[in-house]
Design a protein around this ligand. Structure first.
Ligand SMILES: NC(=O)c1ccc[n+]([C@@H]2O[C@H](COP(=O)([O-])OP(=O)(O)OC[C@H]3O[C@@H](n4cnc5c(N)ncnc54)[C@H](OP(=O)(O)O)[C@@H]3O)[C@@H](O)[C@H]2O)c1
Length: 269
């Protein structure tokens, strides 16, 4: 089993470590870097994984997972460049940062895999899309697929699709949270308590998600199955159409895609 170091144990870094520990990855083959002492102590107490510094991580790790905020990448690569060992695989989960940035800043031949995960990684249900850099091999991709498989599902995409992935699944959970929030508030307006409305809507969201995944049916087919002629659902859907909800969703995803492109340019100089 490979030795994995997570650089930056924030929300995503800890979620990945936690998933790896739960899936049976030995804690002594894991370590992390973190610049806040309190935060590092918390992670070690919760997961039994040790904190190291960047040279310490580079000395032992076969795989280095970069999980700092994109704006911290420049400082991190400056420290990493002189200490990274040949043959180390670099896995970047940083939104918007191209593999080319790592290939330019790290020693020639460094294998890099770019990943766009999402926050359901915290509950082991991430959707991660992975793309190989110039020197990443099939074995490297298998390695990353295995690692991220511990915290959710994994697909391979060409790097040119990563901004689209960011708009779809990277930001995707937030759109569902927004919809659930709006439905709960509508329930309150109808006269249902917030607690009951929350239970009704969260379970409906969970059930709908499971139906989508387990039946494999197109969402339109599942929707039609609950839309009887002149029934309650039909009336609700007419309102959604009249308020151009579908067009709003398309515009929202285009805006997320454009912002991802913009942030990538800003942080990868
Ligand atoms: N959250 C999401 O929905 C999501 C989804 C997909 C991808 N991502 C990507 O995942 C990455 C991490 O996101 P996050 O939400 O987990 O961020 P986060 O909670 O801010 O975690 C990053 C952690 O790394 C620390 N750090 C920064 N530079 C460091 C260094 N040189 N050495 C050691 N530790 C360092 C940060 O400290 P400070 O607090 O001092 O900055 C922070 O504790 C980001 O690049 C983001 O683009 C996030």
């Amino acid at each position: 089993m490979r030795n994995v170091a997570v650089l930056g144990a924030g929300k995503m870094g800890e979620a990945l470590l936690s998933g790896l520990v739960k899936s049976g990855h030995p804690a002594d083959l894991l370590c992390f870097t973190e610049r806040h002492d309190d935060r590092a102590r918390e992670v070690t107490e919760r997961l039994g994984v040790r904190r190291v510094d960047v040279p310490g991580a580079a000395a032992v790790a076969d795989t280095l997972v970069v999980a700092v905020k994109p704006q911290d990448i420049d400082a991190l690569l400056t420290v990493l460049e002189p200490v990274i060992r040949p043959g180390t695989l670099v896995v970047s989960i940083c939104a918007g940062l191209p593999t080319e940035l790592y290939q330019r800043r790290l020693p020639e031949g460094t294998a890099v895999v770019r990943v766009m995960p999402n926050t359901p990684m915290l509950v082991g249900e991430a959707m991660s899309a992975i793309s190989p850099g110039r020197h990443a091999t099939e074995e490297h991709l298998d390695e990353v697929t295995g690692m991220l498989g511990a915290v959710g599902r994994v697909v391979r995409v060409p790097e040119s699709q990563q901004d689209n992935v960011t708009a779809l699944s990277g930001s995707g959970p937030a759109y569902f949270f927004y919809l659930v929030e709006a439905m709960i508030e509508a329930g309150v307006l109808l006269g249902v308590s917030r607690q009951l409305a929350t239970e009704l809507i969260v379970q409906s969201a969970f059930g709908a998600a499971r139906m989508l995944r387990e039946t494999g049916e197109h969402p339109a087919v599942l929707r039609e199955a609950v839309t009887s002629p002149a029934g309650t659902t039909a009336m609700a859907l007419r309102e959604l159409e009249q308020h151009r909800t579908r067009a709003a969703i398309t515009a929202a995803l285009e805006a997320a895609r454009d912002r991802s492109i913009e942030l990538g340019k800003l942080n990868s100089k």
